[in-house]
Design a protein around this ligand. Structure first.
Ligand code: CU
Length: 405
C-alpha cells in the first residue's frame, strides 16, 4: 500500500519536472485608431496591437515586445475590435503553418472575432511579429513588434552556453511615409512610397536621444553589451559604429553565426535581425549612425544617430587587475617606466583614480627607448591609481601606487 503511494509520488514528481514547460499568454487587441508623436511635434495615425492588461492599454509604436524564454509554450490571443481583418505573423519562428498568420494558409481574424496563435520557443534569439494582411500597408501603418526569446532562468546569455552580457538594447528600424498614415485610402500604388521620417523603435531625432532605454549613456570600458538589431522597414539599414567599441556579430536571424565576425559597419536588409556584442575599449562621447537606404538605388534617404557614452570601467576589482605588471617601480613617486613582456601594440592609455569613475588623464603612449622602456612622469597626489592600456583590439588594466614624497 505504502509503495503504491511512493510510485504515484515518483510518477507525479517526474511528470512535474519533465513536462513543466512554462506557458506564457499574451492578450492583444488590434487597433486602427492610435496616435504616435513625431519628433517635429506632429502626430501620426497608427495601427497596431495593444496589450490588454488591467492597468495598461497604451497604443504604442512599435507594438509591445513579446518576451519569452527558451522552452516556453507561447499563446498569443488577438481580439480584433477594429474595422478590418488582421493576423499575427511570427516572423522567423519555426511555427506550424496553422499558426503562421499568413491569411491564405492560416486563419484570418475578422472584425469582432478573435483567434489564438501558439508555438514553442525552440531557439533563443530575436524575431518579429506583424500583421500579414495586405502586409505592405498594414506593416507600414504600425502593426509590428519585436519577439525576443531569452535564455532560460533569466540567464543573461545570447543563447545557452553562448557569450554573456550585462545589459541589452533593442533597436527596430523602420521608415515612415506620413502620407500613408494621414489617409490610407488614398495611397494608390504601393510604389508611391516616399519616406519622410526614420525611426529606431518608433522614435527619431531628439525623441530617440531622450529615451534612455534606446540611447546608451552609461556604458563602461570592457562591459559586454548585447545589441539586438531588427529591420521591419522596406529599405536597408546601415549601422556605422565608431571605432573603439569593439563590436562583434554573434547571431543572425535567430541562430548563432558559424563564427564570430568583427564589424564596424553592418547592412541589415528587410526582415533581418542581428545579435551583436559590443565591448567598449575606451571612454567616449559619440554616436552610432544609422543610414536608411533605398533598396533599389542604395541611396541614403536619411540618417538617425544613437548616442553612445562610455564613462566608466566595467568590473573594477582586484580580480580584474592584471597580475603581471609592466609598471616599474611600483609603488613610485610619479616617475616610472613601462616595460612589456610581449611585442608592444599598446597605442594609448588612460589613468583613473581608484574608484574607476574619475578619469585623470588620457594620452597616446610614447615610443619605447632603446632598452624597450617607455618612461612616464606624472605629478599626481599620493594614492592608488588605475592604468588602462589600449591597443586597437584590446585593453589591459593595471594598478599603481604613488607614495608620499
Ligand atoms: Cu492588419
Amino acid at each position: 500500500m505504502r509503495s503504491r503511494y511512493l510510485i504515484l509520488f515518483v510518477l507525479f514528481f517526474l511528470h512535474g519536472n519533465l513536462f513543466s514547460q512554462v506557458k506564457r499568454e499574451f492578450l492583444f487587441d488590434a487597433f486602427m485608431n492610435g496616435i504616435s508623436p513625431l519628433h517635429n511635434g506632429q502626430n501620426m495615425n497608427i495601427w497596431g496591437f495593444q496589450r490588454l492588461l488591467p492597468d495598461s492599454s497604451e497604443k504604442l509604436l512599435p507594438s509591445p515586445t513579446i518576451l519569452c524564454e527558451l522552452g516556453d509554450t507561447v499563446e498569443i490571443t488577438m481580439i480584433n475590435n477594429s474595422v478590418e481583418g488582421h493576423t499575427i505573423h511570427l516572423h522567423g519562428l519555426d511555427v506550424d503553418q496553422a499558426n503562421d498568420g499568413v491569411p491564405a494558409t492560416s486563419f484570418f481574424i475578422q472584425p469582432g472575432s478573435s483567434g489564438t496563435y501558439s508555438f514553442v520557443a525552440t531557439h533563443t534569439g530575436n524575431y518579429m511579429y506583424h500583421c500579414h494582411v495586405t502586409s505592405v500597408m498594414h506593416v507600414q501603418l504600425g502593426m509590428y513588434g519585436m519577439l525576443i526569446v531569452e535564455s532560460p532562468g533569466g540567464l543573461k546569455e545570447l543563447y545557452p552556453g553562448g557569450p554573456s552580457f550585462v545589459k541589452d538594447y533593442s533597436w527596430m528600424g523602420a521608415e515612415i511615409d506620413k502620407s500613408w498614415h494621414d489617409d490610407y485610402t488614398t495611397i494608390g500604388a504601393f510604389t508611391n512610397f516616399f519616406p519622410d521620417f526614420f525611426q529606431i523603435s518608433g522614435k527619431g531625432r531628439q525623441r530617440l536621444w531622450e529615451d534612455s532605454a534606446l540611447s546608451i549613456y552609461n556604458a563602461r570600458v570592457g562591459e559586454p553589451i548585447y545589441l539586438r538589431l531588427m529591420n521591419i522597414g522596406f529599405g536597408i539599414q546601415e549601422y556605422i559604429f565608431p571605432s573603439g567599441l569593439d563590436v562583434k556579430a554573434h547571431m543572425s536571424d535567430g541562430r548563432p553565426l558559424p563564427g564570430v565576425v568583427a564589424i564596424d559597419t553592418l547592412n541589415i536588409y528587410p526582415g533581418e535581425r542581428y545579435g551583436l556584442i559590443m565591448r567598449p575599449l575606451q571612454f567616449m562621447q559619440d554616436s552610432i549612425k544609422v543610414n536608411f537606404k533605398n533598396m533599389l538605388r542604395h541611396q541614403v534617404w536619411d540618417s538617425e544617430s544613437i548616442p553612445i557614452g562610455v564613462n566608466g570601467i566595467y568590473g573594477i576589482s582586484d580580480q580584474n587587475i592584471d597580475e603581471i605588471s609592466s609598471i616599474h617601480p611600483n609603488p613610485n613617486d610619479g616617475r616610472f617606466w613601462l616595460k612589456f613582456d610581449q611585442e608592444r601594440d599598446w597605442e594609448s592609455y588612460s589613468i583613473f583614480d581608484y574608484s574607476g569613475k574619475n578619469l585623470v588623464l588620457n594620452a597616446f603612449l610614447e615610443e619605447p627607448d632603446e632598452t624597450g622602456r617607455v618612461p612616464m612622469e606624472f605629478s599626481l597626489p599620493p594614492g592608488s591609481y588605475i592604468l588602462i592600456l589600449y591597443s586597437k583590439k584590446s585593453f589591459r588594466t593595471e594598478k599603481f601606487i604613488i607614495h608620499n614624497p
